[in-house]
Write a protein that binds this ligand. Structure first.
Ligand code: GLN
Length: 483
């Protein structure tokens, strides 16, 4: 039962092969049996799950239908869930029970999803290895000595290990696509503004975007359908109609123009990954796609620009955690300044503190022009590169990551080494474009992802290409041994 995709679950529930309650019990038992090896959950919500499953079964018995009605999922622990701990992977929010549901959470609940729990993540979504969580590192089900990627590592590990069919995640610089690549999943970062950020704890507000992590493009289409749409509570949410993503999966790829940036294949890319990307290009050519070499000349400046802009926004967003209103408060503060200093010093981990300091420095008078303003100018150049490329091609294809999942602890002493691994993903966030990662093969038994990028609001095109690819390849069906 645990092997089923969201699409298979929807069919099984519609055909009354099993109930949502039965399925939920199977998955909860599987989580309690297997998750101790992975540490992919911060909180389990068994009672809520059983309540929601029973309610979904009643709705189906009353004649309602819907692809998500009775579907078990989990939420990354930065989506606020009313009355349930929403920790953001931080000691700072270990005691925080959200007073309301994030829009994504309430939309999915209304569609009938069953929340099994809240998944582990890098603290405040800062990281690419899920090692900065206050709740401990998450292990990669493909090799327990390796990281699952981050910051949505808990969602990725849980779905890859078949503890549940799909989960929500967020992507500020790659945190949906990179863990998808590291754990053999399909993950989609939507266009900025497609999915509401209301109730999603902010890391870098101009880059953050929620999206689905699942095993197939078809399942990403189903989950995205439940997440996307205009939200008056989010001032950057965009009032554009949401297409029927599942209906668009079967379009032909005949004549699809795929751009392959020459800058993607430079030094730093594992040559074995380069080979797998070439194979996926050949596969898409067989389906009728036409390949064109393109150039993204400003790509080399994207990492430095991102690692100024993201920390700058984080330093501002995280100032609300001051020990006064919510979150961790130190014992016996001597005065207000002591309260701020010790509450923040004790509540935030090393990576979060590093980013707050970098961000505050980059925004400070005298340095603002040299760092923040400059980074914003680079951001525009990165966007312009994409706009020029999309005049010539329909999608852009390349590796999701330069290397497969590294060993736990391998990059802990050198944060910049981890930042460099984001080279292929962060440009989409800087430009606000949608991007998808899908399974493309294995290197040393570890999964490799191929990334597709599309123009604004063309999530449907990404899902269509990925679905056609998955109808003709079987990488996404591989299961990690032991799970
Ligand atoms: N690795 C990037 C960072 O640490 C991206 C994280 C994310 O997308 N949340 O900022």
């Amino acid at each position: 039962m645990h092997q089923m995709t969201l699409a298979e679950i929807a069919r099984g529930l519609a055909d009354k092969k099993f109930s949502s309650e039965e399925l939920t019990k199977v998955l909860l038992a599987r989580i309690s049996q297997l998750d101790p090896q992975l540490n992919s959950f911060i909180s389990l919500t068994e009672e809520l799950a059983l309540e929601q499953a029973k309610a979904a079964d009643v709705r189906r018995a009353n004649g309602e239908s819907g692809a998500l009605l009775g579907a078990p999922i989990a939420h990354k622990d930065l989506f606020c869930t009313q009355g349930i701990r929403t920790s953001c992977g931080s000691k700072m929010l270990d005691n925080f029970k959200a007073p309301y549901d994030a829009t994504v959470v309430s939309k999915l609940a209304a569609a009938g999803t069953v929340t099994l729990g809240k998944t582990n993540m890098d603290e405040f979504a800062m990281g690419s290895a899920n090692e900065s969580s206050w709740y401990g590192a998450v292990k990669n089900p493909w090799n327990l000595e390796h990281v699952p990627g981050g910051s949505s590592g808990g969602s990725a590990a849980a779905v890859a290990a078949r503890l549940l069919p799909a989960a929500t995640a967020t992507d500020t610089g790659g945190s949906i696509r990179q863990p998808a690549a590291f754990t053999n999943l399909t993950g989609l970062k939507p266009t900025y503004g497609r999915v509401s950020r209301w109730g999603m704890i902010a890391y870098a507000s101009s880059l953050d975007q929620g999206g689905p992590l699942a095993r197939t493009a078809e399942d990403c289409a189903i989950l995205l359908q439940g997440m996307a749409g205009f939200d008056p509570n989010d001032s950057t949410s965009i009032d554009e109609p949401v297409p029927d993503y599942a209906a668009g999966l079967n379009g032909s790829l005949q004549g699809l123009r795929i751009g392959v940036p020459k800058e993607y294949f430079g030094a730093g890319l594992d040559p074995r990954i380069a080979d797998l990307i070439q194979n996926s290009i050949k596969e898409l050519q067989k389906l009728g796609a036409v390949i064109k070499e393109i150039s993204l000349p400003n790509m080399q400046h994207a990492i430095p620009a991102y690692y100024v802009i993201a920390p700058a926004e984080a330093s501002s967003n995280l100032s609300r955690f001051d020990g006064v209103r919510f979150g961790h408060r130190c014992e016996d503060p001597k005065n207000l300044e002591d309260l701020y200093k010790r509450s923040r010093g004790e509540g935030f981990g090393a990576e979060v503190q590093r980013r707050i300091m970098v961000g505050a420095y980059a925004l400070s008078a005298g340095y603002y022009d040299a760092y923040y303003l400059k980074a914003q100018k680079i951001r525009r150049l990165v966007k312009n590169d994409f706009m020029a490329a999309f005049n010539e091609v329909d999608i852009i294809l390349g590796p999701t990551t330069p290397n497969p999942a590294w060993k736990l602890g391998a990059k802990n002493s050198d944060p910049v080494a981890a930042y460099l691994e984001d080279v292929y993903t962060i440009t989409a966030n800087l430009a606000g474009l949608p991007g998808l990662s899908m399974p493309a093969g294995f290197v040393d038994g570890l999964p490799v992802g191929v990334q597709l990028l599309a123009p604004y609001f063309q999530e449907g095109r990404l899902l269509n290409v990925a679905h056609q690819y998955q109808l003709n390849t079987d990488w996404h069906t591989r299961t990690p041994t032991g799970f």
